[in-house]
Every structure is written in structure tokens, then in C-alpha cells.
Ligand binder design. Structure first.
Ligand SMILES: Cc1cc2nc3c(=O)[nH]c(=O)nc-3n(C[C@H](O)[C@H](O)[C@H](O)COP(=O)(O)OP(=O)(O)OC[C@H]3O[C@@H](n4cnc5c(N)ncnc54)[C@H](O)[C@@H]3O)c2cc1C
Length: 402
């Protein structure tokens, strides 16, 4: 059985190894001069490849009913595969990294195993078309190849700057539907002056996302202010909802709770502090609770003088102060582009894929893996998680009709 894998990234390498291990003759056609370019930059070069917390709601797709069987079939197989690779995990708060702390360890292990199972990797071969007669005819910029089965593992457009033939082009030429592509796990843009004023400041917060005034999602974590808007993992995890909402012309507002650590009522806490420290101005009290730049900006926004004391504030100012400390509203005007995003929301519709094999329901012998499909995950190893899961299923399935 001749199997061609289009793309030598995370899911392509896993599917190629699994197919070759089951006895198939496997060739990877990779457009770059090296495999796993994106894999190398994951987790800031440390590669967060899995997460202990495997819950279905960490993964997003237009067709969750088609995703569930994939998840149930493969989630328990991933860590065994990593054992076979010889990767010793380092687990931080449930996030898996290689103990070397270097993504290259994972790429090298995949390449070693691919070599062991005699996977042929052809570099600088961009696949430009796939046709099916009794066999597949796969054309690249330089060559033509025949195969019994083809796995499309081309990944998404997220963070890709070059223009080449994508997996979406190849899939749609074979009749597949593409769920619209939007940036996900991406920074957010806002014109709120607070972002520019606080550029560079990082703080632990709780974020509440309101869409047309309805609360739709909350996240906690470290927020980073930038000159264009907001960044940080908690922001990235909200970005897919905002991408979709803005596309539908919805109003997207993130309310920031700067005092997410505070267990008691904010007003009584500040009043107690003021009673305990009668010589303190309101600015001095905030300095004990927050980054001083945040406190200063909030006081300015409430029109409160820095030398004012708590007892100088009327009810209106006091309520405004509490409101901005715990629910500071930042209107989101956009996301950064797909080229800045970690992943892409949308892709080849799961409705057209058999979830127990990853085979196309439209073209027999054609398989899909990884981010080219309509699945995107939260931050925390879930996107690579899907690459491994789908790669393992497809690699096993291609050998079935040997
Ligand atoms: C900055 C950044 C950090 C990230 N960090 C993490 C993280 O820590 N944890 C996590 O889980 N996920 C992370 N991700 C997401 C993760 O990298 C992807 O979800 C994952 O790599 C997808 O695997 P894939 O096999 O589908 O695609 P890819 O790994 O992108 O591989 C696709 C391959 O196909 C090749 N290709 C494309 N088109 C063609 C063609 N026409 N012909 C031949 N070859 C082609 C490409 O060159 C590429 O090698 C991160 C992404 C980015 C951008």
C-alpha cells in the first residue's frame, strides 16, 4: 500500500509513522526544506504538547457531535505514543512539555522514529493538485506521484506568511466544504486609551467577555497591555469567540476585574484599609493592591485626585471607582491577523469525515489530520493534542485495507 502524506508537521509525522509501522510504504511530501517548522516554535520553543485535563469543551468545532468519537477513540493513545518516542514529560500545572524543555527534542524523536520505520521524506515538494481515478495522482511543483491513499496534513494558515497551495485548496478541489477561517488564539485590538497608557504592564486578572451585553465566557490569568490592545493566555482563549462575534457585527466588550484575588466585598475591603491607615490617600491604598500605573489610570478615569482620601469621595465617585477596579470595560475593535494567530478557527468540515478513521466521506482513500480540519483548541497543548489524536487514527486506518 503506497501512502502519500501531504505535509511533514506534527500530525503528518505521526500519521506517517503509524501507517509505516502497520506495514504501509509511506512518503511525506513537505513543501519546506525541513519538517515541523511550526512545531519548533510551539510553547515559545518549549512545546506544550499535551494537557492532563482532557475535557471535550477544550476543543471547538462547528460539529461537536463529529468530534466526540475522535476524542473518545484517541485521547488515551497519545501518551503511549510519546512513551514510544522516548519523550520524558515535564508536567507543570497539567501542561506537558518534554523534560529537555526544547521542542526540537520532540521533532527529532519523530524524525528518528520515521526513519526507523523507513518513511521516505521528500523536502521542497509543494503539492499543487490531487486527483483521483483508480489511484491518486498527486502533483507537486516539480513532480507527479501515484498513491493508493493520501493523507492531507497541511495544517492551517495561522502564522504562515508565504503564499502557497493550502490543504483547503486541495480539499475543496475534491469537493470538501471549508468552515470559514478566522484567527483564534490571537491578540485583541482596542482603542481604549488604557491599553496604550499601560503598555507593557502585566497583571493577574479575571476577564468577562460580554457579547451584545450578554456574558458569554470568563477566563482568569495574566493580562498584558500592549499599544494595540490586549494579550496574554486568558485573552487568547477568548479570541475565537470575539473573531466569530465581530464577523457577525456583534459588540464585544471585555470587563477586567483587577482584584480577582479579593475574596471579600471590594468596598468593605477598601474602607477597612482606609480605617486602618487613616493617613493614606486613596492612591496610597490602591498602591498596596495594584500596579501603581493601573491605580493612577483608574483614578484619572474616575476624575479622582491622587491626594484625595476615601472620605472625600461622594457615592457616585466611590461606585465608579469600585466599578472600574472590578469591571473595567474595554471595547474590542478587532483581532490581530491570521498571520499573528497561533491557530485558525474553521477548516474542512468534520461532517464530511468519518470520525473513526479520519477518511473523507466524499473521496475513498483520502484522509485528513490536524489543524486543516475544523477543530481548534484552547491554549494548553490542545491543538497539538488534536494533531496527535487525528494523526494516530488516520495512520492506523490507512493500513486497514491492505
Ligand atoms: C507560535 C505558535 C505557538 C504554538 N504553541 C502551541 C503549543 O504550545 N501547544 C499546542 O498544542 N499548539 C500550539 N500551537 C499550534 C500547533 O502548532 C498547531 O496546531 C499544530 O502544529 C498543527 O499541526 P498540523 O500537523 O495540523 O500542521 P503543521 O504542524 O502546521 O504542519 C503542516 C505541514 O504541512 C506543510 N504543508 C502545507 N502545505 C503544503 C503543501 N501544499 N505541500 C506540501 N507540504 C505542505 C507545512 O509546511 C507544514 O510542515 C502553536 C502555534 C503557533 C503558531
Amino acid at each position: 500500500m503506497d501512502v502519500l502524506v501531504v505535509g511533514g508537521g506534527a500530525s503528518g509525522l505521526v500519521s506517517a509513522i503509524t501507517a509505516a509501522k502497520s506495514g504501509c510504504k509511506v512518503t511525506i511530501l513537505e513543501k519546506n526544506s525541513k519538517c515541523g517548522k511550526k512545531l519548533l516554535v510551539t510553547g515559545n520553543g518549549h512545546c506544550n504538547y499535551w494537557n492532563e485535563l482532557q475535557e471535550i469543551d477544550k476543543y471547538h468545532t462547528n460539529n461537536p457531535e463529529c468530534f466526540t468519537p475522535i476524542f473518545n477513540l484517541a485521547k488515551d493513545k497519545v501518551l503511549n505514543f510519546f512513551k514510544e518516542l522516548g519523550i520524558i514529560p515535564k508536567i507543570k500545572n497539567g501542561y506537558y512539555y518534554p523534560s529537555s524543555n526544547q521542542s526540537i527534542s520532540i521533532l527529532n524523536a519523530l524524525l528518528n522514529l520515521a526513519k526507523y520505520y523507513k518513511v521516505n521524506i521528500v523536502y521542497e515538494e509543494e503539492v499543487t493538485s490531487i486527483k483521483k481515478n483508480h489511484k491518486f495522482l498527486v502533483k507537486t511543483l516539480n513532480n507527479s506521484n501515484e498513491a493508493d491513499k493520501v493523507i492531507i496534513a497541511t495544517g492551517s494558515m495561522a502564522s504562515i506568511k508565504d503564499k502557497s497551495v493550502t490543504g483547503y485548496d486541495l480539499a475543496s478541489s475534491l469537493g470538501h466544504t471549508i468552515v470559514p477561517l478566522l484567527p483564534s488564539l490571537v491578540q485583541l485590538k482596542s482603542n481604549d486609551h488604557l491599553c496604550k497608557e499601560l503598555k507593557g504592564v502585566r497583571c493577574d486578572v479575571k476577564l468577562s467577555l460580554y457579547e451584545d451585553n450578554n456574558l458569554i465566557k470568563e477566563e482568569m490569568g495574566e493580562l498584558q497591555f500592549t499599544d494595540y490592545g490586549l494579550s496574554g493566555i486568558c485573552v487568547l482563549n477568548l479570541s475565537r469567540y470575539i473573531s466569530i462575534g465581530l464577523e457577525d457585527n456583534k459588540n464585544e466588550v471585555i470587563k477586567i476585574n483587577f482584584l480577582s484575588w479579593l475574596e471579600e466585598d471590594t468596598l468593605s475591603f477598601i474602607s477597612n484599609q482606609s480605617n486602618k491607615l487613616p493617613y493614606y490617600t486613596i492612591s496610597n491604598i490602591l498602591d498596596g493592591m495594584l500596579n501603581y500605573k493601573i491605580g493612577n489610570e483608574i483614578l484619572k478615569k474616575c476624575n479622582i485626585k491622587a491626594n484625595a482620601k476615601l472620605e472625600d469621595l461622594d457615592n457616585h465617585r466611590l461606585n465608579l471607582l469600585i466599578e472600574y477596579l472590578t469591571k473595567y470595560p474595554v471595547e474590542i475593535t478587532g483581532t490581530r491577523n491570521l498571520t499573528d494567530a497561533q491557530v485558525c478557527r474553521g477548516g474542512i468540515s468534520l461532517k464530511e469525515i468519518n470520525p473513526s478513521t479520519m477518511e473523507s466521506k466524499l473521496v475513498k482513500g483520502l484522509y485528513f489530520t490536524g489543524e486543516v480540519l475544523d477543530v481548534d483548541g484552547d491554549c494548553g497543548g490542545y491543538n497539538l493534542g488534536f494533531a496527535w489524536m487525528s494523526g494516530l487514527i488516520a495512520g492506523k486506518s490507512v493500513s486497514k485495507e491492505k
